[in-house]
Design a protein around this ligand. Structure first.
Ligand SMILES: [Zn+2]
Length: 187
């Protein structure tokens, strides 16, 4: 796993909070989130769940600051996460994989998750720029994403949100035209 790919941990965690339904509300949902990363497995407690929810809020705040154009605040927040969750890198070759880097092998699950997420995000920002951080603009969605388009034009977290918003915009245009027709006496 290359270092920037650890930034996926950020997206996966932050996007567990949706306005309609919080999918990180109990230990089962936390286990499900961690399943995709075998090296992050382990016993988790209620306290770990609280710590993960807190980490989620801290990571979201970085996206909020960055998309507001406040790079200084975003970076300050991320730097403080990096201090709170230092990495202790180790080469690992478990399960027949080739040697790859684990950022930290000790500490609680939230600590390890935080160390990987913060480091991945820092590498991502330094490689690709802080303006790559985005928040979905679709109504009722607040998922975060990394904009990988060449002209930094991504607005939505998913194709689903993009088409939902396009349909809504199209309907609004039709309504607006109909209103204009009525005002103009249908000329
Ligand atoms: Zn969305």
């Amino acid at each position: 796993m290359d270092l920037a790919s650890y930034a996926d941990l950020v997206i996966e965690l932050v996007n567990t909070s949706e306005p309609a339904e919080d999918s990180l509300r109990d230990l089962d949902s936390l286990q499900r989130l961690l399943q995709i990363r075998p090296h992050l497995g382990g016993r988790v407690t209620r306290r770990d769940l609280d710590a993960m929810r807190e980490l989620r809020a801290e990571l979201r705040a970085i996206f909020v600051a960055a998309t507001r154009g406040d790079a200084e605040e975003a970076v300050e927040r991320l730097n403080s996460l990096l201090i709170q969750h230092p990495v202790h890198p180790q080469l690992s070759g478990h399960d027949g994989q080739c040697w790859h880097l684990h950022l930290t092998e000790s500490g609680s699950v939230p600590d390890r998750y935080a160390a990987g997420a913060a480091m991945g995000l820092a590498v991502k920002i330094s490689d690709q720029g802080i303006d790559r951080l985005g928040i979905c603009r679709a109504d009722g969605c607040s998922n975060v994403f990394f904009d990988t388009t060449t002209n930094r034009s991504r607005r939505y977290c998913s194709d689903r949100c993009a088409s939902r918003s396009n349909v809504a915009a199209y309907r609004a245009r039709i309504r607006e035209n109909a209103d204009t027709d009525i005002r103009d006496g249908g000329q």
